[in-house]
Design a protein around this ligand. Structure first.
Ligand code: ATP
Length: 370
């Protein structure tokens, strides 16, 4: 399932050069984006980057100042919110407190004057989908937060929208429940085949649920790709830093063989070696982004490592399955190295103040422009 790699695939949603201004302020800046049918698409970015504005334009609460948004090939600007095949589920769930779970799910169908028989069939189907058959008669205050979230989801899906917008849908749940619910959400999305667009602050959540992630900053798309490509090959320091943990080493690149660069990065330190297909001119400022799990920590200098630096263990974070070491280099730079603890017993571990070697290969990091 990768319609974004298929040049013939037709997107369900298309933003074409969309700009949204509020007075003088540009919230969305000439943004172009395709989202495909059956995708679980995540909008990720810091507060104020424009995620909610994107959703509100899809739902019809706002229209673009410039540009066009298409749904299945049609400009949606003239279509009022209630006539769009789009539904939005809010963080607050907005359930009616005086109505039962069943009636909450039936609400929109009744308003659409669907026949009684069809409503019954559809509501029961939705209850099964979210596994709440036994809770049909309860009121929202008689069920748990996680169950309320599922009722809200069932209600949003009852009218079989083409597109469901989820604004921080799991924000009110605690971490454990949130993680379980992420899998449930993926399952429900797959079963119904509805296109989901989710807004979240939580990068782990976006990486878990989404087929593709858009990383946004100040009304622009910084990178749109699958979670693994975003993590492995971020296109900028911004994205590398926003997604997951990373060491960023700033230096100057000098070409040194085919797609290979020498990076001078600190007075008195050996230059680093990195391979990159991104081209750099001699002396160009660059940033080597390297994930902590790609950095090996050892007591002896590895014989054949392309990059090896000596330092002192400054801090250790024990995370159960993993440990992250913060190693201070002689010039004060801190480099993070993460080790898996699966073979902890047979492996030497390190403690505070130990002198250690950090090493990585020439292809372990991503070399990014300034
Ligand atoms: P958060 O994660 O905090 O919800 P967001 O990424 O969803 O943030 P938006 O709500 O889309 O951000 O807002 C983007 C920018 O547009 C913000 O700077 C916000 O202040 C501004 N903005 C949004 N709606 C309006 C409005 N109706 N009038 C003026 N400015 C607005």
């Amino acid at each position: 399932f990768a319609p974004w790699d298929d040049p013939d695939a037709k997107p369900l949603i298309r933003f074409r050069n969309v700009t949204k201004r509020f007075g003088e302020f540009t919230a969305i800046d000439n943004l172009t984006l395709d989202i495909y049918e059956r995708e679980f698409f995540a909008l990720l970015g810091p507060s104020g980057c424009g995620k909610t504005t994107m959703m509100r334009m899809l739902a019809g609460f706002e229209n673009p100042t410039e540009g066009v948004i298409e749904l299945a090939g049609q400009d949606i600007a003239p279509v009022p919110p209630n006539k769009r095949a789009v539904n939005m589920m809010f963080q607050s769930y907005a359930l009616f407190p005086h109505l039962s779970v069943w009636d909450n799910i039936a609400f929109g169908l009744r308003r659409d004057r669907m026949s009684k028989q069809d409503i019954e069939k559809r509501v029961d189907e939705m209850l099964r989908l979210v596994r709440l058959e036994k809770f049909a008669k309860r009121k929202p205050h008689q069920i748990s937060g996680g169950q309320r979230q599922r009722v809200a989801l069932a209600r949003s899906l009852a009218k079989a929208p083409k597109l469901l917008l989820l604004d921080e849908p799991l924000g009110a749940l605690d971490k454990k429940l949130r993680q379980d619910t992420q899998f449930e959400l993926m399952d429900i999305q797959e079963k119904t085949g509805t296109t989901f667009v989710i807004v979240t602050h939580d990068q782990e959540e976006a990486m878990t649920v989404a087929s593709r992630v858009a990383v946004m900053d100040q009304g622009q798309l910084m990178q749109v790709s699958t979670p693994d490509r975003i993590y492995e090959t971020p296109n900028s320091v911004y994205v590398a830093d926003f997604i997951g943990d990373v060491n960023i080493i700033k230096g100057r690149a000098t070409p040194d063989g085919e797609e290979t660069y020498r990076i001078d990065w600190a007075e008195g330190q050996q230059p680093l070696i990195a391979k990159s297909s991104n081209g750099f001119a001699s002396g160009q400022t660059c940033h080597l982004a390297i994930r902590p799990e790609k950095v090996t920590i050892s007591s002896e200098r590895p014989a054949d490592a392309a990059n090896a630096l000596q330092g002192r263990v400054h801090d250790i974070a024990y995370l159960g399955n993993l440990s992250t070491y913060h190693v201070e280099l002689p010039n004060g730079t801190i480099i993070k190295a993460q080790t898996s603890n699966t073979r902890r017993i047979s492996r030497r571990t390190f403690t505070w103040e130990d002198t250690v070697w950090l090493s990585w290969t020439a292809t372990a990091g991503v070399l990014l422009a300034d």
